[in-house]
Design a protein around this ligand. Structure first.
Ligand code: FES
Ligand code: FES
Length: 164
């Protein structure tokens, strides 16, 4: 049965009617037109749908909307804008870390959440955090370069891969 729920999304209070167990991803994309988070596997396994809930990277395809009530939700749209991107977004632009770009929402939101709780993560932490985010295009080297840049340590020159 549908209920009236109030969410805090990207700094704004949003009221909507929804079945409480509806995946948060569906609400964000279909009801709120926030299309940063992507539908990939729908099983919590690829990371494409990642948003930040109360500071933690959260797979919104398997997170019921009712679980977001009373918490703060941040989507890719809440990080920055085209004219003023978040530093993590800018790192991905600078490193040109995309082919199709489908995975990038998850990569960016995962790194952002890590940096929120640890502004100076080690290379190993960055790798470990991203290890469960899948990229079908094989852009991992560039993504790792962007992650290092976002953490304030621009990667080694091309040809000296930080992924080795
Ligand atoms: S779509 Fe959510 S983890 Fe794959
Ligand atoms: S850039 Fe295409 S899935 Fe990662």
């Amino acid at each position: 049965m549908e209920k009236t729920l109030t969410l805090q999304v990207n700094g704004e209070a949003v009221q909507l009617c929804a079945e409480p167990q509806t995946p948060l991803l569906y609400i964000l994309r279909n009801d709120l037109a926030l299309n940063g988070p992507k539908y990939g596997c729908g099983l919590g396994e690829c990371g494409a749908c990642t948003v930040i809930v109360d500071g933690r990277a959260t797979r919104s395809c398997v997170f019921p909307v009712v679980g977001a009530v009373g918490r703060t939700v941040t989507t890719l749209e809440g990080l920055g804008s085209r004219n003023c991107p978040d530093p993590v977004q800018q790192a991905f632009i600078t490193e040109q870390a995309a082919q199709c770009g489908y995975c990038l929402n998850g990569m960016i939101m995962t790194i952002k959440a890590l940096l929120l709780r640890d502004p100076n993560p080690s290379d190993e932490q960055l790798r470990s955090e991203l290890s469960a985010n899948l990229c079908r295009c094989g852009t991992h080297v560039e993504i790792m370069r962007a992650a290092l840049r976002a953490a304030g340590r621009p990667a080694a020159p091309h040809g000296d891969s930080p992924c080795r």
